[in-house]
Write a protein that binds this ligand. Structure first.
Ligand SMILES: CC(=O)N[C@H]1[C@@H](OP(=O)(O)OP(=O)(O)OC[C@H]2O[C@@H](n3ccc(=O)[nH]c3=O)[C@H](O)[C@@H]2O)O[C@H](CO)[C@@H](O)[C@@H]1O
Ligand SMILES: C=C(OP(=O)(O)O)C(=O)O
Length: 462
């Protein structure tokens, strides 16, 4: 597996552009299944492993897609299957978002149960409760769910026990073409829900109240393909804001939307960072050491759980003791043990972590246990003494497009060392001996050296 190698100590400066939001584009691509006529053209689609994965799920269902740069064109005129293949769905929880559209479109769906993952058990009971209220019959067998409805789904009043992002999205999509009106109470309010509602409405749906706790969806006969631009990724933006603050740098995050990042901006300001927002982005810089603050994750508009690990990295370097409370997922402190390997002092008690700030971190070999843990370890590595090697990079590839290139452009000493397998594959494609490839490709000296160290091979000059 490849690794990200970072040598700490350089303040970041310059501008970085954020890509389209992973958590918007995934439900939006799933919603394209609802277009009975005309193509959906989605712009600002980031090149992420999760996107590739959901496109493969859609392809298995009969959706034709064409990708060029950050634009995807999808045609869902004639679906060929109601069966979302296990080997694709198991790779990514968000592929469960095809359930609502398939039920609405075909009246039938088979999909494997998305398992838990590193951050928690992540049940789907609220999704299923919604579909059942709308008339679906749901059965389980051999790790799969089969659901069907005779005739069309029917509008219903659905109260969510937890304001689940995925359940809100899945039900919204299912309800778009149901008979009658669906009301979702205690709906999630995330900006990505609003983006999905805007997409559905452009397709012809009648979704009102997205962004509030009550969403009303009046079912329409059919939806058509449209052009849509995905909103910028607030978690990617927040990650670069933290990277700027942790290195004592000065970074302009282009595309960051202040309204989507309220709690992150507020916490950075409370810590003493200078945050300037304008209509095109957010600039973060520090003029003095940062203060410790307490952070509690909550559904939107509270502090996002997807920023908790990165914020913890920043708190490690801030003066004083901080308390971080994770209320959204029951097991989202997997990064703590890795941070301790870097010299951090963190005590975890249930859903609370107590962080002793202001200590020096030292580079270490650490593992990204999940996507945001990976981003947090890179942030910590940017200020650690010496070299930090982050493995588990496939998690990071799910949600950050070219994080190494972007941080490097801001002045970080960071590189991605290919895995032996990647190197062999590349060598094979280019008919080269791996060692020759290592020596010959136009990479900065240190990248080559790191790869050599990682692979434990000595290049021979071509
Ligand atoms: C692709 C995507 O958009 N992922 C985001 C989405 O995940 P996802 O949509 O999976 O997260 P949810 O909002 O559904 O989960 C929030 C909480 O509700 C619980 N729950 C959820 C559904 C359910 O049926 N029953 C239930 O108990 C979960 O276990 C969790 O504790 O929102 C999370 C919370 O902001 C983010 O961390 C993820 O990045
Ligand atoms: C938890 C996350 O994503 P997902 O729901 O796709 O696992 C995340 O983006 O941090």
């Amino acid at each position: 597996m490849s690794k990200i190698i970072v040598r700490g100590g350089r303040p970041l400066s310059g501008a970085v552009r954020v890509h389209g939001a992973k958590n918007s584009v995934l439900p939006i691509l799933a919603a394209a299944l609802l277009a009975e006529e005309g193509a959906c053209v989605i712009h600002d689609v980031p090149a992420l492993d999760d996107v590739t994965n959901i496109l493969q799920v859609l392809a298995a269902l009969g959706v034709h897609s064409q990708q060029s740069d950050d634009c995807v064109r999808l045609n869902a005129d004639s679906l060929v299957s109601y069966d979302a293949p296990y080997e694709l769905v198991r790779k990514m929880r968000a592929s469960f978002l095809v359930m609502g559209p398939l039920l609405a479109r075909l009246g039938k769906v088979r999909i494997s149960l998305p398992g838990g993952c590193a951050i928690g058990t992540r049940p789907i009971d609220q999704h299923l409760k919604g579909f059942e209220a709308m008339g679906a019959e749901i059965g389980f067998g051999q790790g799969s769910i089969e659901a069907s409805v005779s005739g069309k789904l029917r509008g219903a009043k659905i109260y969510l026990d937890v304001a689940s992002v995925g359940a809100t999205e899945n039900i919204m999509m299912a309800a778009s073409t149901a008979d009658g009106t669906t009301v979702i109470e205690n709906a999630a309010k995330e900006p990505e829900i609003v983006d999905l509602a805007n997409f559905l409405n452009a397709m012809g749906a009648k979704v009102r109240g997205a962004g509030t706790g009550v969403i009303r969806i009046e079912g329409v006969e059919r939806l058509k393909g449209v052009v849509h631009h995905v909103i910028p990724d607030r978690v990617e933006a927040g990650t670069y804001m933290i990277a700027a603050a942790i290195t004592g740098g000065d970074v302009y995050v282009e595309g960051a939307i202040r309204d989507h990042l309220g709690p992150v901006v507020a916490k950075l300001e409370e810590m003493g960072a200078v945050v300037d927002c304008d209509e095109n982005g957010i600039r973060v810089r520090t003029e003095k050491p940062l203060r410790a603050v307490d952070v509690k994750t909550l559904p939107y508009p509270g502090f996002p759980t997807d920023m908790q690990a990165q914020m913890m990295a920043l708190l490690l370097r801030s003066e004083g003791t901080s308390i971080v409370t994770e209320t959204v997922f029951e097991n989202r402190f997997m990064h703590v043990d890795e941070m301790i390997k870097m010299g951090a002092e963190i005590k975890v008690d249930g859903r609370t972590a107590i962080i002793t700030g202001g200590l020096n971190l030292s580079g270490a070999a650490v593992c990204a246990t999940d996507l945001r843990a990976g981003a947090a370890l890179i942030c910590a590595g940017l200020v650690a003494d010496g070299v930090t090697e982050v493995s588990g990079v496939h998690h990071i590839d799910r949600g950050y497009m070219d994080i190494v290139g972007k941080l490097r452009a801001l002045g970080a000493d960071i590189l991605r060392a290919p895995s032996p397998e990647e190197l062999l594959e590349e060598a094979e494609q280019r008919s080269l001996q791996p060692a020759v490839l290592l020596a010959g490709i136009a990479q900065p000296e240190r990248e080559e050296a790191a790869a050599v160290r990682l692979l434990n091979v000595q290049p021979t000059l071509a």
